[in-house]
Write a protein that binds this ligand. Structure first.
Ligand code: MN3
Length: 201
């Protein structure tokens, strides 16, 4: 069985960037629903152990699933996987800038950290409808629809990702996705993301 992961911070910890109301709803309702529906979809299949690395390989090989299962696993398995990553990309003590190898790679590709922030923000803003914006380990930025993850398209595990579904910001920012994105940078957990990146490099 897949289970809802615990957050490393309280629902009210992201303060003025993401309110307690959104965090509670997003984690305990939206994410929980992805988990529940994923469990229904994989019930009785081999990939029902609930292990995240197992889910990763399932998402990398969606074609191996039966036709009746593929959409449910793509949507709800993607939803569970993406949100599990997303909570870890954030921290109340976040913000600032990346460090180490990741900082070097970002500056190499974008000229400066600020240029990267601007480009990632523009791309996030331009996701049509519901989806995500991701930074990949080659420093390219890709957008996905619905709960798709770059893993489903043969890319490596993303370095960073932003949920731009309306449920991620509407209670706080109404239709102003740009304002949500602007405030989100203040809680990006660059310390962990930079550490994870140097470990994989
Ligand atoms: Mn979401």
């Amino acid at each position: 069985m897949y289970t809802l992961p615990k957050l490393n911070y309280d629902y009210d910890a992201l303060g003025s960037s993401i309110s307690v109301d959104i965090m509670k709803l997003h984690h305990s309702k939206h994410h929980q629903t992805y988990v529940d529906k994923l469990n229904q979809a994989v019930f009785g299949l081999e990939c029902d152990k609930g292990d995240l690395s197992e889910l990763k390989s399932v998402l990398q090989n969606l074609d191996s699933l039966g036709e009746g299962t593929i959409d449910a696993v793509r949507n709800h398995g993607g939803g569970h996987y993406n949100h599990t990553l997303f909570w870890e990309y954030m921290n109340p003590k976040g913000g600032g800038e990346p460090s180490g190898d990741l900082y070097k790679k970002i500056v190499q590709k974008y000229g400066s950290y600020q240029n990267f922030v601007d480009e990632f923000s523009v791309q996030s803003l331009s996701v049509f409808g519901s989806g995500w914006c991701w930074l990949l380990d080659d420093m390219s930025i890709v957008k996905t629809q619905n709960q798709d993850n770059p893993l489903m398209f043969g890319y490596s595990e993303p370095v960073l990702g932003l949920d731009v579904w309306e449920h991620a910001y509407y209670l706080d920012y109404k239709n102003d996705r740009a304002d949500y994105i602007k405030h989100w940078w203040n809680v990006v957990n660059w310390e962990k993301i930079s550490d994870d990146y140097s470990r994989r490099a």
